[in-house]
Design a protein around this ligand. Structure first.
Ligand code: GLA
Ligand code: GLA
Ligand code: GLA
Length: 680
């Protein structure tokens, strides 16, 4: 779908074959027209074939309620088309103009503390405001009508990063919409009272109108109310997405619709696996958060985006050429990072490589954010690197449209568990759901074993081993799915605080890990979280932190892979595995960190016969990812470190990289190579 966006259009470049998309957010309204012409010329020089336009243009397009000005946008659409550049056209609804918020301050979001988020930045709108919705949809209709049939238009970009700043709104509009959402979920107040456990602390509701969002309260708000509010907030934005999409599909039925997700770092407000079903292709924004696992995190996010996209190609809508402007200290990328980061996304299924933004702003809050054309101008090392990447992506055209080849290991990533496990009033506030999953991913990278991030909507049976870190929320049907997976020969690995609650955040009774107790063959009577900085030793020389459990083995045949050597549980099981059906179910009761998981994993993977694919001396130093189409597989090799790594014994056409006469591919520091291999 993505790779054919450009060819379908048959613009001035008329590119017949599928190719990768290369481009950026483009904000021409920040520049005089003379710059636009230079922009198009430089875009062509860099190999750019698509830009996202009009994302923050509402105030320019509609300067007053009944005044519309499309002339400038017509002009730039035509210029881009003449230059052979396609447009991912935004619906422009991301940042409401001052005239609208002045006339209708009731569209402004409200925090849990009751503070209004005032205009002056962006995304200052309530997802549930009927007034905002009406004005936004009017704009969408104008945009769609105006540009239906324009030859530059290749896709629609709904709003921008829905929920980036406004996902949790506690306003009166939100309260009303939340009640409707709850009525729809529970039908009766009795059902809601049961689900929310309102017998606790005198919270029983006798009228729907009494129900509020979990606003700042005297103590911990009801946990199920909090969890449902998270679900509702994601759904409210999804509803906005659907409302815009309905108009776009009505007026331009042939033009695919997307919206840019934010699968990165700690962004967790939007349930993207659920949203993915609403759009024609998945797109994502990703920014590196510098730190010891930063590129593992990039790979993890790209991999998870691929999982959300069902393994189909997706669109990298934004990343940065170098520094951003919103971290405490904004580091410039090192030589090699720009290309490596971009290609790592492609390795995990991106068919488009786009940046925020094309030309670095001279004014505004993002003027110190890097871009494809920096403040220094095109005569710069950065622009030369950008142009080089354009050429590399052209060489990678054959990859366009290929899907991900399923990996032997799946890592289950579940939004409900993410939301619920980190709520307040729990055994610890230190638990970090995403970090635990990332640690398992890093450990697999260190062992040179490919893994796919998957969601509960994916086909779990594709994997020989399924790792489900902190799978906290386990409804009865998920427990059944996992049991079936094991019975049919799959190997399940799960960790502390898994299987604890059902979908209403009610504890499965009778001993932890409730829903998975029988499958795992263990029983836990009490949790043993550890204070920050404290750790315990295991008898396999690994170290645990964050959490311990008082584990008793209950099912015969359950092996103890490691015991606690220190701490209050000394002598008790720390890691167990129960052979079950044709597979097995393992439990890791503490946080082992990357090093500990790396040391434990070979024992967990052994029954499945899963091991690294590369020659021993490259394994773990080089990340591999594989895409394939009907005729070929594309092997991506990414050097994870600062030392050159020779990779021997691989065959195939070298699409990116250089092999010597003996066929040895040497990856420079942070270097990338791509091989095309015929499918047998
Ligand atoms: C997000 C937004 C962009 C821009 C970048 C900066 O991705 O969508 O408009 O603000 O962040 O990193
Ligand atoms: C206080 C309250 C109790 C309970 C406990 C929990 O003592 O009176 O209702 O909340 O704290 O520690
Ligand atoms: C996200 C957005 C950025 C910026 C940061 C702030 O990552 O993409 O534009 O707003 O959040 O933390």
């Amino acid at each position: 779908m993505i790779s054919t966006l450009l060819s379908r259009r048959g613009g001035a470049d008329g590119a017949p074959a599928p190719r990768l998309v290369y481009g950026a957010d483009y904000n021409p309204e920040q520049w005089p027209r003379s710059v636009w012409e230079e922009d198009v010329r430089l875009m062509r020089e860099a190999g750019v074939n698509l830009v996202s336009l009009a994302i923050f243009s509402w105030a320019r397009i509609q300067p007053a309620e009944d005044v519309w000005d499309f002339t400038w946008l017509d002009d730039i659409m035509d210029l881009l088309h003449a230059g052979g550049i396609g447009v991912d056209l935004a619906t422009a609804t991301a940042s409401p103009p001052p005239w609208l918020t002045a006339a209708h301050p009731e569209i402004l979001p409200v925090t849990a503390r009751g503070e209004t988020l005032w205009p002056g930045a962006r995304q200052h709108w309530r997802p549930t405001s009927p007034v905002f919705r009406e004005h936004a949809l009017r704009l969408v209709r104008q945009m769609a009508t105006r540009y239906a049939g324009h030859p530059a238009l290749v896709a629609w970009h709904v709003n921008n990063e829905l929920g980036c700043h406004n996902v949790h709104d506690y306003s009166d509009d939100a309260a009303r919409a939340f009640r409707d959402w709850l009525r729809n979920r529970y039908s009766t107040l009795d059902a809601l009272n049961d689900a929310w456990g309102t017998a606790f602390w005198s919270q029983r509701y006798s009228d729907w109108e009494q129900i509020l969002p979990p606003r700042l309260a005297a103590s911990h708000p009801n946990p199920t109310q909090q969890l449902d509010f998270k679900r509702f907030s994601s759904d409210a934005l999804k509803d906005h997405l659907r409302a815009e999409r309905a108009i776009l599909r009505e007026i331009t039925p042939g033009v695919p619709v997307t919206t840019n997700f934010m699968v990165m770092g700690g962004t967790k407000g939007m349930n993207y696996p659920d949203w993915a079903e609403e759009i024609d292709f998945v797109s994502n924004d990703h920014y590196v958060h510098p730190g010891p696992q930063d590129r593992d995190e990039l790979s993890f996010s790209a991999n998870l985006t691929s999982g959300i996209s069902g393994g189909r190609p997706w669109f990298l809508m934004e990343h940065s050429t170098s520094a951003v402007n919103w971290q405490p200290v904004n580091l410039a990328k090192r030589p090699g990072d720009l290309v490596r980061d971009a290609l790592l996304h492609v390795a995990h299924g991106a068919d488009a490589v786009c940046f925020f933004q094309w030309r670095q702003s001279a004014a505004g809050a993002e003027k110190y954010h890097s871009a494809m054309v920096p403040h220094a101008g095109p005569d710069s090392e950065l622009f030369r690197t950008v142009t080089g990447l354009g050429a590399t992506l052209k060489a990678l055209s054959p990859v366009a449209g290929s899907e991900r080849e399923p990996a032997p290991v799946g890592i289950l990533y579940d939004w409900d568990s993410w939301w619920a496990s980190e709520q307040d009033s729990h055994p610890t506030t230190l638990l970090d759901y995403r970090q635990e999953a990332l640690d398992w991913y890093s450990a697999l990278l260190a062992l040179g074993i490919r893994a796919d991030l998957v969601t509960t909507r994916g086909d779990l049976h594709r994997h020989q081993v399924l790792i489900a870190p902190v799978l906290h929320v386990v409804p009865a049907d998920l427990a059944k799915t996992l049991t079936r997976f094991v019975e049919q020969g799959g190997h399940l690995v799960t960790t502390y605080f898994s299987g604890i609650v059902d979908e209403n955040d009610h504890v499965w009774l009778g001993g932890y890990p409730g829903a998975l107790r029988d499958l795992l063959g263990i029983r836990i009577e009490e949790f043993g979280p550890l204070p920050a900085g404290e750790s315990v030793e295991l008898d396999d020389a690994t170290t645990g932190s964050l959490w311990t459990d008082r584990v008793a083995v209950t099912a015969p045949g359950t092996e103890v892979l490691a015991r606690y050597r220190t701490g209050v549980h000394a002598g008790r099981p720390a890691v167990t595995r129960r052979p079950a059906g044709r597979g097995s179910a393992a439990y890791v009761s503490t946080r082992l960190g990357v090093e500990g998981v790396t040391s434990l994993l070979p024992r967990l993977l052994a029954p499945a016969g899963v091991a690294g694919e590369l020659p021993e001396d490259a394994r773990g130093r080089v990340e591999t990812a594989v895409r394939r189409d009907a005729a070929h597989r594309y092997l991506f090799l990414v050097n994870r470190g600062e030392q050159a790594v020779p990779v021997r014994g691989l065959s195939g056409d070298v699409l990116v990289g250089v092999a010597d006469a003996d066929g040895v591919l040497t990856l420079g520091p942070r270097g990338v190579a791509v091989l095309r291999q015929p499918l047998a």
